[in-house]
Ligand binder design. Sequence first.
Ligand code: SF4
Ligand code: SF4
Ligand code: SF4
Length: 159
Amino acid sequence: MTESSSRRNFLRGKFSPRKGPLRPPWALVEDDFINACTRCGDCISTCPTRVIIKHEAGYPSVDFSEGECTFCGDCVTACTANALTRTIDPRWLARAKINEDCLAQQKVECRVCGEICAENAIHFPPMPGGISTPVLIAECCTGCGACVATCPTRAITVR
Ligand code: SF4
Ligand code: SF4
Ligand code: SF4
């Protein structure tokens, strides 16, 4: 892909999210975040839902295995190094993704993720005579992670 087509795709929103840890909301882009973050851990200790963990090299990342992000902003307020900053909009581009471990995709009835999602971002289109499978409506998903821990097969990731 040429540089100009990459740029066109980025402007159309077709960029690939970078692989790697999911930083807390309102984090600077990865390289700037790594430069600014002092690894003080203040965002970790302040998060009321305990979704920020100490990750590789002591930098914070978000882990939804026990809870969700409410976007309360406490981590941003705690970050005196401005590695997290409210001047960034949107708070992040992370969205849920459902993989093939989903029970419904294996013909086992399950709608837990759709029931927990406050944004109605997971739909189960009618499937007469069969098992309906979840469809993520990306525009509605905030990346809060509430669906992650509730999924019995851990088939949902937020990236
Ligand atoms: S916005 Fe609130 S709930 Fe979300 S990671 Fe920051 S402190 Fe935790
Ligand atoms: S909760 Fe998990 S297993 Fe159940 S439908 Fe959703 S993604 Fe599939
Ligand atoms: S991450 Fe949050 S908003 Fe997105 S599908 Fe899961 S529960 Fe819904």
